[in-house]
Design a protein around this ligand. Structure first.
Ligand code: MN
Length: 285
């Protein structure tokens, strides 16, 4: 099942070139009062939502996909965890260009571990990237995004995939420079998630997907997730060994080689096999 959040907080089911407006399924979510439970309510209750979506989809109104405004499919993640250099060829390109890539960048993921991006940086495909500090270089990074479906505390790699709700295409937008990685990657709009969430049952093997990113039509990144240094189960094991993952938490799995600069006016086309494709506009903040 492919679920999107669109327009004015509506829930959509992707059906070819259409979006079925299944917002009525959100009525299964419990009403909550402060303090709100951690995590994203839609993902926490995804099984109940999916059952309602199935019941509603044949009679719900439909919209054309190209006429809706796509927001991030996860509205309220408690954290966005991200892998630093996690593809060997990207490690090699970073090592070859120390003027651009910060020193910490070229350490291996086994030494560096993971970092966090601010959840306030999260946007959907139609919201676009608004660049700050345009006098400095900002790069695109396409990444397979994993959305955690149930509470995961110190889980083994053998059971890790059973904690996944689904997958999406992620863009880990990165200002280059000397500051802490989490600061440079947490600028508003620097975490794009989209175009929708594909539930885990539709992606039996997240370690064999092709990723591709183009800027203004020019191919910049093309790789397969099988080349990940630490694969998806390994990343969930690593992350949950440090902190508890809760439903809706997003895990960005790292970017392959070919990262390059973006500028206002650019259009990024990003796609991952079995998940989908999205077009993201870049402008100046
Ligand atoms: Mn990254």
């Amino acid at each position: 099942m492919r679920l999107c959040r669109f327009d004015d907080q509506r829930l959509g089911l992707i059906d070819g070139d259409s979006v079925v407006d299944v917002s009525a399924a959100l009525e299964v979510l419990p009403t909550a009062r402060w303090p709100f439970p951690q995590g994203d309510a839609l993902i926490t209750h995804l099984d109940a939502v999916r059952a309602r979506v199935d019941a509603l989809k044949s009679t719900a109104p439909r919209r054309r996909l190209d006429e809706v405004r796509l927001l991030a499919p996860v509205a309220n993640p408690s954290k966005v965890c991200a892998a630093p250099v996690n593809y060997l060829k990207h490690l090699q390109e970073a090592e070859a260009d120390p003027a651009v890539f910060a020193r910490e960048h070229v350490r291996k993921i086994h030494e560096t571990g993971l970092f966090l991006k601010a959840t306030s940086a999260l946007v959907g495909a139609s919201e676009g990237i608004r660049l700050r500090k345009t006098e400095r270089r900002t790069d695109h990074e396409i990444e397979l995004a994993v959305i955690i479906g149930r509470t995961a505390d110190r889980v083994s790699r053998e059971s890790a995939l059973s904690y996944v709700a689904g997958y999406a295409v992620g863009l880990d937008i990165t200002l280059r420079g000397p500051e802490e990685r989490s600061l440079r990657k947490s600028i508003d709009t620097y975490c794009v998630l989209g175009p929708w969430l594909v539930t885990a049952d539709e992606v039996p093997d997240p370690s064999s997907l092709a990723l591709e990113l183009r800027v203004n039509g020019e191919l910049r990144q093309s790789a397969r997730t099988r080349d990940l240094i630490i694969d998806v189960p390994g990343l969930i094991e690593l992350a949950s060994s440090f902190y508890t993952l809760v439903p809706g938490d997003i895990l960005l799995t790292g970017t392959p080689e070919g990262v390059g600069p973006i500028a206002p006016g650019d259009v990024i086309a990003a796609k991952i096999e079995e998940i989908g494709a999205m077009s993201v506009k870049v402008s100046a903040a």
